[in-house]
Design a protein around this ligand. Structure first.
Ligand code: MRU
Length: 350
């Protein structure tokens, strides 16, 4: 079974975005409609829609929501409002560059038309571009699957962290695309999914997606990865990414760096799968990638009850940065970057 649509635009310029509410999975499969830009901001913030490419698509649709009520008589103020809407959406989550990339892209796309066309026409163009971003993401994910599939051999064990599947993209995923594609090519293999504390994207979402596609998946707690590697059950690690610097340093869900260190210690290749929209070539290294800090309650109350003393200090970074030196290759829609160096990244991304 395919993963249900993560994100969908319903109707024309006066329409709305329909999101699969990922906070409720796997218990409930429900959709949440975003009819105002504030709805979309909130949906991104609370991880109703999540995963770098998916929040890029969502943000582009959020721009349409922000502009669809614009009825100003002067053209100039369409531009002002567009800037305001973009800044607002960018403030929702800072780490995944796809979000800012998508907002920048729709804004840039509109630039030549801003002083020339009526608001309704401009908003139609925004919608067309948002839908183009979604469609391109779909295609990029398929291509990532195709390039990554040969990395998984018959009978092997694969470890992944967080969720980089169809739920995290327009469709099909990045890290999970590699697995879906290997399975479609007829190989059997076993996936170990880290649960991914504190919000359990691995337990709730990755196992759900793999299971629905008939792929053998075993859930482990994050702190079991070393033991599972030591037992010789893992041949390759594949994760997604939220932002990749020009030298290949990669921000991804908190815990990814630890998995990469473990993989190196056990001589297991560690791969990252991501589309070109996840690269931030303005950053030479990953040192300055902004790391989102989230609500302490995700840790103290994340399992449905209070699991720490009241008032205890909590540190909750949502992402970490894996140095390029620990990454065997980056699987993109254009091919696999290997070895991971600035020269190779620039050569692949042109
Ligand atoms: O906080 P999240 O759930 O949005 O974090 C998601 C991840 O870290 C994914 O691995 C990443 O965005 C890649 S999704 C294809």
């Amino acid at each position: 079974m395919d993963t249900p649509r993560t994100i969908q635009w319903i109707g024309g310029t006066d329409g709305f975005a329909r999101l699969l509410d990922q906070t409720l999975l796997p218990e409930k499969l429900e959709f949440r409609d975003c009819r105002k830009i504030e709805d979309m901001w909130e949906a991104i913030k609370v991880l109703c829609v999540r995963g770098a490419p998916a929040i890029g698509c969502a943000a582009a649709m959020g721009v349409v929501l922000g502009m669809q009520t614009f009825n100003g008589k002067e053209r100039g103020s369409y531009r002002d409002k567009l800037c305001e809407v973009g800044d607002y959406l960018r403030s929702s989550r800072p780490t995944a560059v796809n979000l800012a990339w998508a907002v920048d892209r729709v804004q840039r796309f509109l630039e030549p038309y801003l002083e020339k066309e009526p608001a309704q026409k401009l908003t139609q163009r925004l919608l067309d571009e948002a839908l183009a971003i979604e469609e391109e993401d779909r295609q990029m994910c398929r291509a990532i699957g195709k390039f990554g599939a040969p990395l998984i051999g018959e009978g092997q064990g694969v470890l992944t962290h967080c969720n980089a599947g169809g739920l995290a993209t327009a469709d099909y995923g990045t890290a999970l695309a590699v697995m879906f594609s290997a399975a479609e090519q007829g190989r059997t293999f076993r996936v170990f999914a880290d649960e991914t504390r504190p919000l359990l994207q691995g337990a709730r979402l990755t196992t759900w997606e793999l299971h629905h596609r008939g792929i053998d998946v075993t859930l482990i707690c994050d702190n079991m990865a070393a033991q599972v590697m030591r037992e010789g059950r893992i041949n390759v690690v594949v994760t997604g990414a939220d932002r990749i610097a020009a030298n290949g340093d990669t921000a991804n869900k908190i815990g990814t760096y630890g998995v990469a260190v473990l993989a190196r210690a056990h001589n297991i290749p560690f791969y990252v799968a991501a589309p070109s929209s996840t690269f931030d070539l303005s950053m030479p290294t990953g040192d300055k990638i902004p790391i989102e800090q989230r609500d302490p309650r995700e840790i103290t109350h994340g399992l449905g009850r209070c699991i720490a003393p009241d008032g205890i200090k909590v540190y909750n970074p949502a992402f970490d940065v894996t140095p390029a030196s620990l990454i065997a290759g980056i699987i993109t829609e254009k091919g696999v970057i290997q070895p991971v160096t600035t020269e190779k990244v620039l050569a692949m991304l042109g």
